[in-house]
Design a binder for this molecule. Structure first.
Ligand SMILES: *Cc1c(COP(=O)(O)O)cnc(C)c1O
Length: 484
């Protein structure tokens, strides 16, 4: 077996000592009642320290990460995370704060959170903010709860939520969790929402619309203001999924184009590492009439400059998270915003859009492009040029792994058959984009000359092509003795 994949139990040999802790003292366990102690010694692996270090170091190298290579996962915004963010967020004074400490002892932290909130208000053009939601989808849920309470307070019975077909899957899920029935609105040939269909669907039974802007095709809906107007005219509210804010930061303020509530994905737009369900933050910003519905606590600033947590918000939807939210993530995003400033954030957007368009025009000869116009932060191809050879998008994605690159997002958005969705982000250099373009071009050639290379890919990764259905249905999550 490949040495790096040996399991720690298989490396064990009886009697190998590891670290020396002065056995006598550590065998004494005065804090634990005798009857609760295990009667037999645990059968732990016995492996020397150096072997353990090598084992875990080698395991860590099997992981793919943005620090190791290009990671163009569309819709996920896998940008580089400046190390200073990590360093500051892990200062002991921040990282070891207890969430139940009295306000007077955590003024510094409250000020930072307050400042982060002020920045987001400025960027969104909306006057209310809550940093509490712990992910983008959690922000959507908070927003939908606010919609529900707002209409309830007005004695309006509105049961439907309009959602374009190009929306992120979390949008309908959040609407349903808050008690709304999602109604899908089709896109037109430009990838914008179909205004005629929207007008037909919009009436007094509709609470509002959830728009991802720019949408999951990387298209900025040019009719957005019109959409907001149609929804507002019938008393509805407009939610903007702001996960793609890195395509419009400091260029467009959502509050100025008709948005009532939006969420940010701090862990996408403002760096901070994420993935595999890791910690995130999905703050929401709301319009004036909705500030009294924000989740509690809200951070306030008194006239004398002290900060406090306000629990007494009259129509609040209640608590959505423990403590003050995922403050480590918020701190990293704050460092990113402070380091770049308004001009820097604007530049970041310009470069993210430029990079996506560079990839788009460089590859459109080789891969069929779904929408031809200018894209924002991401572009969507499909396998139309390759499918005659029996090549599926999955084969192209797997072949990329053999070249040491992470595959783009595939089979999403659902509106594009066999989609390949590339989001380079602003942090990639021209050099790394050129390498991606060169590899993708090479793979397009392989599709013609030696399609079996794609069918068998990947061949160079620690595991080959997985049976994804089995892996999802019957995952093996723990090692058992005798299993290989
Ligand atoms: C990532 C994303 C979400 C969900 O955000 P999470 O933080 O993963 O919950 C919602 N909408 C869009 C457009 C996204 O890209």
């Amino acid at each position: 077996m490949d040495k790096t994949r040996e399991l720690i139990f298989e490396m064990s040999s009886r009697g190998v000592e590891n670290i020396f802790l002065g056995h006598e003292e550590f065998n004494e366990t005065p804090m634990i009642e005798k009857t609760l102690l295990a009667s037999e010694k645990a059968d732990l692996p016995q492996v020397g320290e150096l072997d353990i270090v090598r084992h875990y170091t080698n395991l860590s190298k099997l992981n793919f990460s943005i620090d190791a290579n290009f990671y163009p996962l569309g819709s996920c915004t896998m940008k580089y995370n400046p190390k200073i963010n990590e360093e500051i967020a892990s200062f002991r004074g921040f990282a070891s704060l207890h969430p139940m400490l009295p306000e007077t002892t955590v003024q510094g932290m409250l000020e930072l959170l307050y400042t982060a909130g002020e920045y987001l208000k400025e960027i969104s053009g909306l006057p209310g903010v809550s940093l509490l939601p712990a992910a983008g989808a959690h922000g959507e849920l908070a927003g939908n709860f606010i919609f529900a309470k707002y209409f309830n307070d007005r004695n309006e019975i509105r049961t439907k939520m309009l959602i374009p077909d190009s929306a992120h899957g979390t949008n309908p899920a959040s609407a349903i969790m808050a008690g709304f029935q999602p109604v899908e609105i089709p896109s037109d040939e430009n990838g914008d929402i179909d205004l005629k269909a929207l007008k037909e669907a919009m009436d007094e039974s509709v609470a509002g619309i959830m728009m991802t802007q720019p949408n999951t095709l990387g298209i900025f809906d040019s009719n957005f203001k019109k959409v907001a107007q149609i929804v507002h005219e019938r008393g509805g509210l407009v939610y903007m999924d702001g996960a793609n804010m890195n395509a419009m930061l400091c260029h467009v303020k959502p509050g100025e184009i008709g948005v009532d509530i939006m969420h940010f994905n701090l862990h996408k737009t403002f760096s901070t590492p994420h993935g595999m369900g890791g910690p995130g933050a999905g703050p929401i910003c709301v319009s004036g009439k909705l500030t009294e519905y924000l989740p509690v606590p809200v951070i306030g600033k008194d006239q004398n400059g002290t900060f406090h947590m306000e629990d007494n918000i009259p129509r609040s939807v209640g608590r959505m998270t423990e403590g003050y939210g995922n403050i480590g993530v918020i701190l990293k995003a704050l460092v990113y915003m402070m380091a770049l400033g308004v001009e820097g954030l604007k530049d970041a957007t310009d470069i993210a859009v430029l990079n996506a368009n560079y990839v788009k025009v460089s590859l459109e000869k080789h891969y069929h492009l779904h929408f031809k116009g200018l894209c924002k932060h991401e572009c969507v191809f499909d396998n139309s040029f390759q499918k005659d050879k029996g090549i599926r998008t999955l084969d192209i994605a797997k072949r990329l792994l053999d070249y040491g690159l992470h595959a783009p997002t595939v089979y999403f958005p659902l509106t594009v058959k066999e989609a390949i969705m590339v989001e380079p982000t602003e942090t990639e250099s021209k050099r790394s984009l050129d390498r991606f373009i060169q590899v993708m071009t090479k793979i397009a050639g392989e599709c013609n000359d030696s399609p079996e290379l794609l069918k068998n890919a990947p061949t160079k990764t620690p595991v080959r092509r997985l049976d994804e259905t089995q892996a999802a249905r019957n995952p093996i999550l723990k090692w058992e003795r005798g299993e290989q």
